[in-house]
Design a binder for this molecule. Sequence first.
Ligand code: PMP
Length: 321
Amino acid sequence: MGEPFAYFEGNVVPLGDAKVGIMTHALNYGTGCFEGIRGYWVPEDEQVYLFRAREHFERLHRSAHILRMKVRLSPEELTQLACDLVAKSGYREDVYVRPLVYKSAEQVGLSLVRKAEDGSLEDVPDDFFMFTVPFGAYLDLDKPIRVTISPWRRIDDNVIPPRAKVTGLYINSALATSQAKELGFDEAIMLNSDGSVSEGPGENIFMLRDGKLITTGPDSNILEGITRHAVMTLAQEELGIEVVERRIARTELYIADELFFTGTAAQISAIGEVDGRVIGSGEIGPVTARLQKVFFDAVRNRNPKYGDWCAAVYPVSAGVS
Ligand code: PMP
């Protein structure tokens, strides 16, 4: 058992002591951007490995840039901070790390810029925090999940940019996933305004058709997922499967040979049914199963080819690579 800590206003404090005021801009207007990073506990190595932490922090920098916010620490410094935080908490189990950059000014007024004392425009002040908590499976990994196409459409790049992981944007995801769950499904799939497939509320989507792996691209209002990138790499490099990024039509999902979600929370989660249509055999498909195997080897630092995807939290002891 570990004890949760947070990095807050420049200090490491017990999680319960990290609190913001009720006038905080981000709390009122959803003006934050964040990341979710998984840490995998590997008992044989006595180690927690943070999966692709640097890439998550690079994306955090890009999201912050879109929101006119600055992240003062580099992706490398943030990776070290994340490792230090998990180590201080002393977790010996799977964990989740949540960094968040947010407009921290306690003021009324929704703009991202404001008038400075000299009359010029300045960015509304921002701050950064990070916390870590234990985290198990989010969706079922051992059996396929049942999903439905959501009536809630995915927001467009010119509404709220989906490639930035913006807190306020997650209203869209929350509406879709809650309704799917109320209807008895495990998760939703969201369509774009033009009716093409976008992604899940917190997951990217992959479809196997005619031996090719197909996933929606940045022109489908997706978050450009880090797990998605890892799965594309593993499919090509380890399984020799061609991966295609293109738009997907709704009914293609119904006739896919295999379908699965990817994401930090979801990992690789097979989809067995969409709106009552059974996908493939209804079981976890053979390609999905092989991808799960190579993915879980990579995240647990079991494949040296992908060693740089794994940041070790605890000091590496002699004899452990
Ligand atoms: N799409 C959305 C909307 C998400 O919130 C997430 C989770 N971050 C993903 C896709 C998957 O991205 P990643 O693999 O980087 O976690």
